[in-house]
Design a protein around this ligand. Structure first.
Ligand SMILES: [Zn+2]
Length: 56
């Protein structure tokens, strides 16, 4: 039912950020503004590198 929060590493600046896996809006890196996730209607398309799960 509910989605998970995943840790995504930005490909550009290598900082990590928590992203909701079913993000409904475009998620950008807080540091460099690189797009990290884009909504698809279900699970968001992740553009960075997934490095872990924040909450199960
Ligand atoms: Zn970045």
């Amino acid at each position: 039912m509910t989605g998970r929060f995943i840790k995504v590493q930005c490909k550009n600046c290598k900082s990590t950020q928590i992203v909701f896996e079913k993000a409904s809006t475009i998620v950008k890196c807080l540091k460099c503004n690189e797009i990290l996730a884009r909504p698809t209607g279900g699970k968001a398309k992740i553009y960075g590198r997934i490095v872990g799960i924040a909450i199960e």
